[in-house]
Design a binder for this molecule. Structure first.
Ligand code: PRX
Length: 644
């Protein structure tokens, strides 16, 4: 690593930053040597109904038990709203920017509090009680934040399902957690098009008898069916209930939300986060990672349907009394200047997006960026996948004009918030590296047998001890939690990622080492796409792998074996792609389908994905050892008929 690739801390940022290098090091040291004292202090950033006295009680061994602040009580929504009212009731909490550039609004903390109280009362009137699960299937409207906070306020557990998921995907996520209610909308809007949310929800609910009530947000006014006795309009019900509501006292370890995410095997897992630790982590990391100062306008472009939206659009910023921007649209509508225009329109100071968006916008050149001012920008952020140095430099030079530090935040749905990331005033940057762990985070690289690798090295990325924002279990399946994260390497949380550590102790995430792929920053289990494909009557067998994709980071490459007598045609290829879109959602649609008369298998019948990945990546010169295959001839055919 040459010095030319190091971008030093900017003195003008360090001068006013919450943490400079010395402060970061001091915090890191104290959080590792005296976690009880460190987090005992840090948890005071929240307003507790009962202040915790037991701070950390965690083990990664045996049955794995993770408890933080376990005798404390609080309410997450009250921390995001009520406690701010006296000081900043009239400050803007949410700037909402619509899909249509002429459509935007500002919601103050007082107004947001009122909306949340009303929905809390509506949900209560619908029979939703503390501990019940409520599924949220909404686009990027203010009501999405209101829905999360209203659930938290009454002690219901929210489970948000991304609005781009199909009825089947929604149904399986409702069934798994037995939600009693669904909050959805008539239709969503994205990039000038409408998304038929209520129609999808109705389809899904045919197989979800647990859902007794559906609260519908009117967005487009599109004509949708309402089922009497089950469906109600939010605006009608909200008008009937009081604008005040007493937040429910929750234990720190009571569940706050479930969020389904893909793993390497089986159906998506319900990642469960609890109240106290998650909120401390969301607030702590939002403040330090973005060096958030009161009065700043902060914009995270994620969707509320993903963990990034939960932690860095809703809970983190609102806990910190920030002004958070919610964007309904997409980066290229009506034009590829949209992000930068929104930044100028609302004087955004901190901007947090995904590498895939940057790479897509890079294709259009610099002009769409340069015609905007972006003078308000102070900090830039990246999340969701490794950012390649070329995109990093473009982001730095063209968007930030070398003024803004880039925080490349590595984390996962499971981790609740960022774990490895620079701090703007503390960390010299290396393009492509997520840099250093936050206080309280102990990364460890291990070899295939779980032996710790020291110094500059590369290996499997594990975390050696618990941090407050860590997931607590897989909803309804603690054994799967232990099996997935703590059985590969004893006593360690295994992230599923590989990483390199350089001579300065900087981490470079190399990507997933399991059968999870990352498509445009969206996490997808190859097994899910495979089971969607084999559900089609023409498909006998399917194997799905990721391959390098210029814009998406990874694309989806499917090898498909058809049942006997079915002809491989272009029409069938299109049909299968449409099929997967319908089964899971557009984000799962394969980019490439290759017809495979046979798949490379070991003699014991295990598909050798390593070989399929190489062929998909067009690295057919380095297929490695194929001698253990039952039929090596299969590989020759696949190489000769490589698609894409
Ligand atoms: O592979 C890592 C990648 O995204 C995975 C987590 O995906 P998900 O749970 O959907 O959460 C995404 C938002 C935090 C990780 O296992 N990943 C995420 N951020 C980065 C990253 N890879 C490299 N650099 C990052 N900054």
């Amino acid at each position: 690593m040459s010095d030319a690739d190091i971008v030093p801390v900017k003195p003008e940022i360090a001068a006013h930053a919450l943490a400079n290098r010395a402060r970061y090091e001091e915090m890191y040291l104290r959080a590792s040597s005296e976690p009880e004292a460190f987090w005992g202090e840090e948890c005071k950033r929240l307003t507790w109904m009962k202040q915790p006295t037991k701070i950390k009680n965690t083990t990664f061994f045996g049955d794995v038990s993770i408890k933080w602040f376990e005798d404390g009580t609080l309410n997450a929504a009250a921390n995001c709203l009520d406690r701010h009212l006296a000081e900043r009731g009239d400050q803007v909490a949410i700037i909402w920017e619509g899909d249509d550039p002429n459509d935007s609004k500002k919601v103050t903390y007082r107004e947001l509090h009122e909306q949340v109280c009303r929905l809390a009362n509506v949900l209560t009137a619908q029979g939703v009680k503390k501990g019940d699960v409520v599924t949220v299937y909404l686009p990027m409207v203010v009501e999405a934040a209101v829905a999360l906070l209203a659930c938290a306020r009454i002690g219901a557990v929210h489970s948000v399902v991304f609005g781009g998921f199909s009825p089947d995907s929604l149904a399986s996520r409702v069934q798994d957690c037995g939600s009693v209610a669904l909050i959805t909308a008539d239709e969503g809007r994205r990039g000038g098009r409408k998304v038929a949310l209520k129609v999808n929800a109705d389809e899904a609910l045919k197989t979800c008898p647990s859902v007794k009530s559906v609260v519908v947000v009117k967005i487009t006014g599109g004509d949708v069916a309402m089922q009497p006795g089950r469906d109600v309009w939010l605006h009608e019900e909200a008008a009937k209930v009081p604008a005040t509501h007493e937040p429910v006292e929750m234990n720190a370890e009571d569940p706050l939300f479930i969020l389904y995410t893909s793993g390497s095997t089986g159906k998506p897992k319900g990642v469960l986060h609890t109240t106290g630790g998650y909120m401390v982590w969301a607030s702590f990391t939002h403040q330090y990672v973005f060096d958030y100062h009161p009065g700043e306008v902060y914009w995270c472009t994620a969707d509320v349907g993903w963990v990034t939206g939960h932690t860095y659009i809703v809970y983190g910023p609102l806990a910190n009394g920030a002004t958070t921007l919610m964007f309904e649209g997409v980066p290229n509508y009506p034009s590829t200047s949209r992000f930068w225009e929104v930044i100028d329109k609302h004087k955004v100071n901190i901007f947090y997006t995904a590498p895939t968006a940057i790479r897509a916008l890079m294709r259009d050149g610099e002009e769409p960026v340069k015609k905007t001012s972006r003078k308000s920008l102070r900090i830039l952020g990246s999340v969701g996948e490794p950012i390649n140095p070329e995109a990093w430099h473009w982001y730095d030079r063209v968007v930030g004009e070398h003024r803004c530090p880039i925080v490349d935040t590595w984390w996962q749905t499971e981790t609740g918030g960022a774990l490895i990331t620079p701090l703007p005033g503390a960390t010299a940057l290396k393009p492509g590296s997520a840099t250093l762990p936050l206080p309280g985070v102990k990364p460890m690289l291990v070899d295939g047998e779980g032996h710790e690798l020291r110094g500059a090295t590369e290996g499997n990325l594990c975390i050696a001890d618990s941090w407050p924002g860590q997931m607590r279990t897989v909803y309804g399946d603690h054994a799967r939690f232990v099996q997935t994260y703590f059985s590969t390497f004893k006593g360690l949380y295994f992230t599923g990622d590989g990483a390199r550590r350089d001579e300065d102790g900087y981490y470079w995430i190399t990507g997933r080492v399991d059968d999870v792929i990352n498509v445009s920053g969206h996490r997808m289990g190859t097994a899910e796409v495979e089971s969607a494909l084999v559900a089609h009557q023409a498909v006998a067998e399917a194997a799905v792998v990721g391959f390098p994709h210029d814009i998406k980071g990874q694309g989806i490459y499917a090898y498909v074996t058809l049942v006997a007598d079915v002809e491989p045609t272009d029409a069938l290829r299109k049909e299968l792609i449409t099929w997967v879109r319908k089964e899971i959602g557009p984000i799962a649609a394969p980019d490439v389908i290759q017809w495979a008369p046979g798949l490379p298998k070991t003699r014991s019948g295990k598909i050798m994905r390593r070989i399929l990945r190489k062929i998909a990546a067009n690295e057919t010169e380095s297929l490695g050892d194929t001698s253990t295959l039952a039929d090596p001839g299969v590989v020759t055919d696949l190489v000769e008929n490589r698609a894409g």
